[in-house]
Design a protein around this ligand. Structure first.
Ligand code: CA
Length: 466
């Protein structure tokens, strides 16, 4: 195996522009995290997408930074969101499965032992709002308003139907326990109250986001805009479908329309920030919660595998951020970063105290993006998928993968083999052993899953990750 390239050990910063001068540090920045659901790595223009124009999403990357190697902390929805929102590997507190729809069960969701980014920012005066998908528990004690958010407009479950006429269940208790499909039909909630909506759901969320920003323009605020698009069911309105007459595959056409609707929403958010004159002091992060699955016609490009797998297609996602006051424009950052870094980054900027009993796994990325720190933010990035017995250790260009219970560790060089096709285990035994030691010491810090998952319930306890 070739030695580790120098670029990994030094500042792997390309397209460098000088750090932004004269940035105002008097007022803490606003934060908007736009998270899509099940969007493929190659389904944004900034990662090479050709058939779905995403000019607004792309503008975040061109006005700030594109992360080529941006990871999430899990390959399916809920654990990934638990990691992002706590800034910690969620395997530390047992959030390692998608919770089933169980309003009667307060264990089925983000453990109450954990505090969220909304809790943390709320303590230093931020107004906090969640618009869109929660998926961190539907028991009343786990409601977003109990987890640090001042405002909520969205749905509690793992997905939702998009057309207002299909939202036929008004009250949470009308969705039968364990019925995901029922939960998809519930009315949208404003705080604790179900409200009748009238528009295509993605548009509802975008309009609400604009209103939130306007309401809280005096700042500081944290808006978590969690689109359920383009997660199944594949549903798009004619307005967006009409943009893709040339895509013949109906699934892909609908998926494209759904992504296009999100892109319009991102444009709406960005222009609202400009209109109010608060764009320069607002950090906007865009990412997907996991890689694209096969069932929604998403595209992970050159990456192997997809949602639910420990291969790159499961955990490496479209990931970009802008913050004109701090992040140099047009940066392409190639060192691995992870969604957990968002918490650490904003907490540092907002000078928000972090609970010493729950140390963050993320890193404040700003010194790395401004060139103050030329090293890599992470010694390694980790993944465990308990039910599957899968593990990942990503360190510089190397990646250890265990893809199934009791399987032998495999080793890949992602710089030379992005598609993870050549297992180097036999020719680089000592490197592999070093990564495996890291895996074992990290794994020793984790706990088993704390609640029954959607998949474990479906299969009678036999693990099946979807
Ligand atoms: Ca997802």
């Amino acid at each position: 195996m070739k030695p580790i390239p120098v670029t990994c050990l030094l500042a792997a910063i390309f397209g460098w522009l000088s750090p932004v001068q004269g940035a105002s540090r008097e007022r803490p920045p606003n934060l908007i995290v736009i998270m899509t659901d099940d969007q493929g790595y190659a389904d944004v223009g900034f990662n090479g997408c050709k058939d779905i124009p995403t000019p607004n999403i792309d503008s975040i990357a061109s006005n700030g930074v594109k992360f080529t190697d941006g990871y999430v902390s899990y390959a399916v929805c809920s654990p990934s969101r638990a990691g992002f929102l706590t800034g910690r590997y969620q395997q530390r507190f047992g959030h390692e499965r998608n919770p089933r729809w169980a309003p009667e069960n307060r264990e089925c969701g983000l453990p109450l032992s954990e505090s969220t980014l909304a809790d943390t920012l709320g303590k230093v005066g931020y107004k906090t709002g969640l618009i869109g998908k929660w998926h961190l528990g539907c028991h009343p004690d786990l409601h977003p308003l109990k987890r640090g958010f001042n405002e909520f407009f969205g749905h509690l479950g793992g997905g939702h139907r998009y057309f207002p006429e299909e939202l036929t269940l008004q009250h949470t208790e009308q969705a039968k326990s364990s019925s995901e499909s029922d939960s998809y039909k519930l009315w949208i909630m404003r705080d604790q109250t179900p409200v009748k909506t009238t528009k295509y759901l993605t548009d509802e969320f975008s309009d609400e986001a604009s209103r939130f920003i306007k309401r809280h323009k005096a700042g500081p605020f944290f808006l978590y805009l969690a689109y359920n698009a383009p997660h199944s069911p594949l549903q798009a309105s004619e307005k967006y479908l009409a943009r893709f007459p040339d895509i013949k595959n109906e699934k892909r056409r609908t998926y494209a329309a759904m992504v296009s609707a999100v892109d319009d929403g991102v444009g709406q958010v960005l222009s609202k920030l400009r209109e109010l004159g608060i764009d320069k002091n607002t950090m906007v992060v865009f990412l997907s919660d996991n890689g694209g699955p096969p069932d929604n016609a998403s595209n992970n490009g050159p990456l192997r595998g997809g949602k639910g797998s420990p291969w790159e297609g499961g955990i490496r996602v479209p990931f970009a951020a802008q913050w004109p006051d701090q992040i140099p424009k047009g940066l392409v950052y190639r060192n691995p970063v992870i969604s957990l870094d968002i918490f650490a980054t904003i907490a540092a900027q907002a000078k928000a105290p972090v609970d010493a009993a729950r140390p963050l796994d993320g890193v404040n990325l700003i010194p790395y993006l401004t060139g103050v720190n030329s090293g890599a933010p992470h010694d390694a990035i980790y993944l465990r998928m308990f039910d599957k017995g899968a593990y990942v250790v990503r360190r510089c260009v190397q990646k250890l993968v265990i893809d199934a219970k009791d399987s032998a560790p495999q080793l890949y060089n992602l710089k030379e083999d992005l598609g993870e096709t050549k297992n180097l285990a036999s020719s680089a035994a000592s490197e592999l052993e070093a990564l495996d030691q890291k895996r074992l010491s990290w794994n020793a810090q984790l706990v088993p899953p704390a609640f029954e998952g959607l998949e474990t319930k479906k299969t009678g306890g036999k693990a099946k990750v979807k």
